[in-house]
Design a protein around this ligand. Structure first.
Ligand SMILES: C[S@@+](CC[C@H](N)C(=O)[O-])C[C@H]1O[C@@H](n2cnc3c(N)ncnc32)[C@H](O)[C@@H]1O
Length: 295
């Protein structure tokens, strides 16, 4: 159904072109139920603005008609929903955004590879446009470069936003975005054309990107991960949902695997299979090998 048809089909129903409390609440509920994302009162203006932008692009000016279109499902409703999500998610990210956490992953991989654990599966959960996943891949590739023998590793990036995943797959960034990447790594892992930098195939071949809603983890065949890196996604969820999601991530971590969250994203979290490591500035755990030890 097109935007115009959606308006016509909603004839007779309550319509409004004003984002009133009723509209706010129903969009709030829909988004939280489907994605876990909370639009609190403080984020009301952001929600309204995102909806308006998408509705203008789709040629709809009535919030209720647009809501009806999106929840109607089917091919058109589902496609529109996917597009809308891209307007409403915060996709801010940077290469090596959290240097302490990246350092921890580097040390972990070094230790694991020293003891012969491979291949190594790394997962960037909520990877946005891919910078985090490529940063993790560069860490592993750099360790490999200095090692006497090459270790096998793969990095999976997942995100709810299809356009973000498309950009991640392209691996093409404005040159300015590479500022946090040390110059030696820029030279080794990127090709330049004008103001664009593209990830080289030698690095890109270690990565794969998939659209995945973390509320639908059961549909994803992602298990046996050695590193799960999930930063700046949980902050948008309620605390009970953060706990549920992290519990589900633990199930996908291999024994001895490393789980990294953003600082302050789930302080005080405990799990019988995990041992907390890291410092105040870095929230990380190792999955136990057996009941008692991490060996
Ligand atoms: C602020 S970005 C964080 C990017 C990266 N992890 C970082 O720390 O730089 C948050 C990402 O989470 C994604 N996201 C939000 N809700 C999601 C969900 N339910 N499932 C999967 N990804 C989600 C958004 O699309 C966005 O790209």
């Amino acid at each position: 159904m097109t935007g115009v048809a959606a308006i016509e089909s909603s004839a007779g129903k309550r319509t409004t072109s004003v984002f009133d409390d009723v509209q706010f609440r129903q969009w709030q509920q829909l988004l939280e139920a489907r994605t876990g994302l909370r639009f609190t009162e403080a984020r009301r203006a952001q929600l309204e603005s995102g909806l308006k932008q998408r509705m203008a692009a789709a040629g709809v000016d009535d919030f209720q008609a647009y809501y009806d279109w999106v929840i109607a499902g089917g091919l058109h409703g589902e496609t529109e929903w996917q597009t809308l999500i891209d307007y409403l998610t915060v996709q801010e990210t940077r290469f090596f955004r959290d240097p302490r956490a990246m350092e921890l992953v580097g040390e972990y991989l070094h230790a694991q590879w020293h003891r012969g654990t491979e291949p190594t599966q790394i997962w960037s959960v909520g990877c946005a446009t891919g910078e985090e996943a490529y940063s993790l891949a560069m860490l592993a590739a750099e360790l490999n470069r200095k090692a006497p023998r090459q270790r096998a590793f793969a990095v999976t990036g997942s995100d709810i936003s299809a356009p973000a995943i498309h950009k991640a797959r392209l691996g093409r960034y404005n040159r300015r975005k590479l500022e946090p990447v040390p110059m030696a790594l820029q030279r080794r892992y990127f090709d330049y054309a004008d103001d664009q930098a593209t990830v080289r195939q030698s690095l890109a071949e270690h990565l794969c990107f998939n659209r995945l809603n973390v509320l639908e983890l059961d549909d994803a065949p992602l298990t046996g991960m050695n590193v799960i890196y999930c930063q700046n996604l949980l902050i948008y969820f309620r605390r009970w949902r953060r706990r549920d999601l992290v519990n589900a991530l633990v199930e996908r971590l291999s024994p001895g695997g490393l789980l990294v969250l953003g600082p302050g994203e789930l302080p005080g979290f405990e799990h019988p299979d995990l041992i907390q490591i890291g410092s105040r500035n870095c929230l990380a755990w190792l999955r136990k090998y057996g009941k008692e030890s991490t060996e």
